[in-house]
Design a protein around this ligand. Structure first.
Ligand code: AMP
Length: 218
């Protein structure tokens, strides 16, 4: 399986990636996670990315493409991958196509998680992440009981991502509209686009994705 999960921030790409990993045994490659990891480790790349991320803007293409090239060359990506949050603009999509053509492993599908802007805003402001295990929750939409589950033998330590604060969310959604949305027609023209309604509970959306890509779980 070699797919891209496309969708605005808050459309559920991370949640659906986790379900896809379990079902298909291929790694999720999330440029957002890779960048946050680099920042947490205080690497030079992480420091370079910080200002753009905190402002809700895109990190420069050269940085992101270098990171993707390196990640795709890891052994666990040989049998496939789920790209989450990448590509984010046309230049990245074109660079990805070239990279995969060189490897002889073209994309199989691009799944668009389609969701109304108003719902996205609510999802983003409600999103919380457990600092310990990285599990994603939502104070408005997580199933009852989920927020009180244990993380190991302690309660989850829920935090809000800096860029999920209301002042940054508007900027991130603007960036999506201006730079990432054009990828929809790009991939439609390439015959790769599969549109999935993302306004449903996570298991229903997952079933819709499976139907859209027509690939049974291993
Ligand atoms: P995400 O977790 O995917 O919402 O990404 C968080 C932030 O990381 C974004 O707002 C961007 O600043 C940066 N980022 C993630 N992926 C990319 C990408 N493909 N290109 C540029 N910046 C990115």
């Amino acid at each position: 399986m070699r797919i891209v999960l496309l969708g605005a921030p808050g459309s559920g790409k991370g949640t659906q990636s986790a379900l896809l990993i379990k079902a298909y045994g291929v790694p999720q490659i999330s440029t957002g996670d890779l960048l946050r990891e680099a920042r947490a480790k205080g690497t030079e790349l992480g420091l370079r990315a910080k200002a753009a991320m905190d402002a809700g803007k895109l990190v420069d293409d050269a940085t992101v493409l270098g990171m993707i090239r390196e990640r795709l060359s890891q052994p666990d990506a040989v049998n496939g991958f789920i790209l989450d949050g990448f590509p984010r603009n046309l230049a990245q999509a074109e660079a990805l196509e070239k990279m995969l053509a060189d490897l002889g492993t073209p994309l199989e599908a691009v799944v668009l998680l389609n969701l109304d802007l108003k719902i996205l805003f609510k999802r983003l402001t409600g999103r919380r992440i457990c600092e310990t295990c990285n599990q994603v929750f939502n104070i408005y939409t997580s199933p009852p009981g989920m927020l009180t589950e244990k993380c190991g033998d302690k309660p989850h330590r829920l935090i809000q991502r800096e860029d999920d604060k209301e002042e940054v969310i508007g900027k991130r959604l603007d960036v999506y509209e201006a730079q990432t949305k054009p990828l929809i027609s790009h991939y439609r023209e390439a015959g790769l686009l599969r549109v999935v309604d993302a306004d449903a509970d996570m298991n229903t959306v997952f079933k819709n994705i499976q139907q859209a890509i027509g690939t049974p779980a291993q």
